[in-house]
Structure formats: structure tokens, C-alpha cells
Design a protein around this ligand. Structure first.
Ligand code: ATP
Length: 333
């Protein structure tokens, strides 16, 4: 098996701790990864410098595994992570949520196995905002037919490749008749090319309730940017919280995998962050670069540690450190 080059963006906050843990685990498996390490320091560097360094590495390797990054205040960016997704046109954000052994909230979540496919470049997240005379503020929700078509096709292709039977399009088209109307209408059009996959439609508020009541009924959630952001965190809560939820941002040629959570400054530097969100993003990365055996080995080791319930970080109800959890996983490889 050939070595595959991957950009490892270490990030800040808990980023360096969890990216070190993730790299140690992947390097202890049979994976063949040649890491190109990209460090970022938002306290000392300008946002543009950070963005340019990340982009030039990812354009060279085509695949990134990224830790969370805090956006420098006054950098001119509302979020460096959102800017990176836009600049590389990583239009599809994929967040799978599957019931993990031994984990879950205080109620029975059933056999959750769903994937949010979130539009990643437009909608209310475009950040087209202004205030008027200190009295009014306006945000523009920009939805394009082209953007809606790309994400709907991605969701249906993803459903096909994963042998799923249902895509649920999420909207509020009863109120936002133009913007969400265009998103929904486009999804209906694209679904006609996939006769084997059912298109289900849900209004976003009802969807939030259904995910709590019957999460096992859903397979692929096709969502505009903001609804996808909110519902994917809700979904992460169904399987044990932000600390374990992975994700990937896909463009036509480039892909960047990253955990759902942010840089968690409240626990940074304490060696207590849960590395599983980034590690499980790394498992997605290994499958993407055609190293499924290594991905399977790591997944099995994580399952054993979760089943055993002896070495868990505080967010999962344990009292172990990031390093202890990392060592425990490596012990099962
Ligand atoms: P962002 O806007 O970048 O998503 P945020 O401040 O909304 O950031 P997070 O940084 O994800 O959110 O943190 C939310 C909460 O979850 C914090 O209390 C944080 O400590 C906790 N948290 C996030 N990631 C982890 C992790 N990997 N391990 C343990 N706790 C985490």
C-alpha cells in the first residue's frame, strides 16, 4: 500500500492535544499516511496568513484532517473555518451520527444511524449582514439554484453509495417561500433521477422534534446551511455529545475532515479533551483515501474502549485524560 499525503491542520484551543492524539493512534495502526503538518497561531498571525497556509497545503495534498481553529478577533473574518470551506468550495458538509456502544443521553435513542448532508457555502451562513443607523440589522439568506442542485445531487449520490433508501429534505418553505422554496423545489427535481431513493420532506421545527422522538427513522438529512448546523449538533447529542461527532467537508476535488465541535477554550491545555470527534473524522479520512482496513482496526479499538467504559474523558462521564484514552485505544490496535 502506498503512503498517502494528508495535511494535518493542528488548530488551536484543544486542537493541538486532540490532533496529537489522533495522529498517534493513526500512526499506531496499519495506515500509511505521510502527514504534512500545518500549524496555525491565531493569537499571533493574521487570518489571511492562516487561510493561505491551509489552502496551499490542502491544494497540494487534496486531503486535510483539521483541528478546530479560533478566529482571531478583528481579523476581518467571522470564522476562519467557514472562510476555508468557502474559499475551497467545500460545498458539502457530511456529519454521520451512529449509536456508539455504551454511550447515549439519558433516554433511549434507539439504533440511530443517520447522516446530515449540510449545504456549506450559502444560506444565512454567507454572513452578508449590515446594520442601519444602529437601529436595524439585516442578514441576507442567499440561496442559489446551482448551490441547491449541487448539494441535493451530493446527498442522493451519497445515499446511493451507502445503499440508503431515504433522503429527508429539511426546510421552512411554508414561511420562507422563496429561499427555502427554491431549496426544496430543487431537491424534488434532483430526486427524480434517483427512483430507488425516497424523498421525504420535513419542516425544520418538526424535524427537531422527530429527531428526539424517533431518530432511528431517518437516514440522510439534506439541509440548508443553518438548519444543518443546528440539527447536526442535536444529532451529536443523541450519541454522546460533541466530543465524539465526526465530519467531512467535500468539494469536487478536495476534502477536509474535521470534528463537529469547536476549539473549546474552556478546557484547552488541560489534557481532558475528548479526541474521538477528530479521531472518528480521521477514520472517515482513511476510508476516503482507500485504507478501509486501518479505518476498521481503529473503529474496533474505539468500540472496545467504549464498551469497557473504564477509560473515558470527563465529557463521557469518566475521569481519564486525553493521553490515557489515547493509550487505551492504541493498546487495542
Ligand atoms: P464553535 O462556535 O467553534 O463551534 P463553541 O464555543 O460553540 O465553538 P465548542 O468549542 O465546540 O463550541 O464547545 C462547546 C462545549 O463543548 C464546551 O463546553 C466545550 O468544552 C465542549 N467540548 C467541545 N469539544 C469537546 C471535546 N472534544 N471534548 C470535550 N468537550 C468538548
Amino acid at each position: 500500500m502506498e503512503q498517502v499525503k494528508v495535511s494535518l491542520i493542528t488548530g488551536d484551543g484543544i486542537g493541538p492535544e486532540i490532533s496529537r492524539a489522533t495522529r498517534r493512534i493513526i500512526d499506531s495502526s496499519s495506515a500509511k499516511i505521510d502527514w504534512e503538518i500545518v500549524e496555525t497561531n491565531p493569537r499571533q498571525e493574521d487570518g489571511d496568513v492562516i487561510i493561505d497556509r491551509m489552502i496551499s497545503s490542502i491544494e497540494e495534498t487534496s486531503v486535510g484532517l483539521k483541528g478546530p481553529i479560533t478566529t482571531p478577533i478583528g481579523s476581518g473574518y467571522s470564522s476562519l473555518t467557514v472562510a476555508l470551506r468557502k474559499k475551497l468550495n467545500l460545498y458539502a458538509n457530511v456529519r454521520p451520527v451512529k449509536k456508539l456502544l455504551g454511550l447515549g443521553p439519558n433516554f433511549q435513542a434507539g439504533d440511530v444511524d443517520l447522516v446530515t448532508v449540510r449545504e456549506n457555502t450559502e444560506g444565512l451562513y454567507s454572513g452578508i449582514e449590515h446594520e442601519i443607523a444602529g437601529e436595524y440589522a439585516e442578514s441576507i439568506k442567499l440561496v442559489t439554484r446551482k448551490g441547491s442542485e449541487k448539494i441535493a445531487r451530493f446527498a442522493f449520490e451519497y445515499a446511493k453509495s451507502e445503499e440508503r433508501e431515504k433522503v429527508t429534505a429539511i426546510h421552512k418553505a411554508n414561511i420562507l417561500k422563496q429561499s427555502d422554496g427554491l431549496f426544496l423545489d430543487t431537491a424534488r427535481g434532483i430526486s427524480r433521477d434517483y427512483p430507488g431513493i425516497k424523498l421525504d420532506e420535513k419542516i425544520v421545527d418538526n424535524m427537531a422534534m422527530q429527531l428526539i422522538l424517533h431518530p432511528e427513522d431517518y437516514e440522510i438529512l439534506l439541509a440548508p446551511n443553518l438548519y444543518g448546523d443546528i440539527l447536526s449538533d442535536l444529532s451529536a447529542g443523541l450519541i454522546g455529545g460533541l466530543g465524539v461527532a465526526p465530519g467531512g467537508n467535500f468539494g469536487d476535488d478536495l476534502v477536509v475532515f474535521e470534528a463537529v465541535h469547536g476549539s473549546a477554550p474552556d478546557i484547552a491545555g488541560q489534557n481532558v479533551a475528548n479526541p474521538l470527534g477528530l479521531l472518528r473524522s480521521g477514520i472517515m479520512m482513511l476510508n476516503h483515501v482507500d485504507q478501509p482496513e486501518a479505518a476498521g482496526e481503529i473503529e474496533a479499538a474505539v468500540d472496545k474502549v467504549l464498551e469497557e467504559r473504564e477509560v473515558l474523558t470527563p465529557d463521557l462521564g469518566g475521569n481519564s485524560t486525553t493521553t490515557e484514552l489515547t493509550d487505551e485505544i492504541i493498546g487495542y490496535l
